[in-house]
Design a protein around this ligand. Sequence first.
Ligand code: HEC
Length: 244
Amino acid sequence: MLKKLVIGAALALTPVAGLAAGGEQHIESYDFSFKGAFGTYDPNQLQRGLQIYTEVCSACHGLKFVPLRSLSDAGGPALSPDQVTAYAAENYTVYDAELDEDVPAKPVDHFPANTNAGAPDLSLMAKARKGGPDYIASLLNGYTGEEKEEAGSTYYENTAFPGGWISMAPPLEDEHVEFIDGHDNSLDNLSQDVSAYLMWTAEPKMMARKQVGFVGVLMLTILSVLLYLTNKRIWAPIKGRKNS
Ligand code: HEC
């Protein structure tokens, strides 16, 4: 365990040093707003993540399990229904069998699937990979700049990817996406924003789940106190007799 920690720390200090295939995986722990028992999604961060996905990742990755209309659900990126309608129509098309042509997407449609580049669908990726959003952000941040050719394909060295070499070219860099409010767009921030967004697509009801859990614990606590007091009261006459 200690040895693992030491190796991890060494990697963090020297991310550019060549990482041999099978090298120790490095996953950073980020300070996401939704971590912890009371953590919640930050709608502004989810909106930035949506923009990054739309402008960059959607070229290769689909989000086929995510309905466009959920962008206006409570606890999500908090777009207005009108904004969702505009976003869907501006960015995506769906095939209409009756008209036999592609028409602008509507809020009832899902984000399209995308298999062009052989890239995996990202809808549930944040739940599928160990480390979740920490892993995705570490992956986007983890390129060393080294690349190699193997059997006609290019692989890029990455300190977070298991095995150390990934076939996805670095999709983000500093200032790759511009935000309308001028928000910080360093590589580190962009990576975290899009990872937060992918956590939301994978678990859109996280906030409701945490709330239900909290109310459940609260009710069990009250019930325990009541039971304790009732128990005390029921036994009081008998215990009292013994002592006298
Ligand atoms: C040019 C195409 C392309 C773009 C753009 C792209 N990706 Fe990828 N991505 C791929 C391919 C191909 C793979 C499969 C890589 C592999 O398994 O070696 C992949 C894999 C992944 C994985 C899975 C890694 C794993 O553990 O299996 C994640 C997460 C990911 N991409 C996130 C993103 C995000 C977030 C963006 C946008 C910022 C993005 N990608 C942009 C092509 C792309």
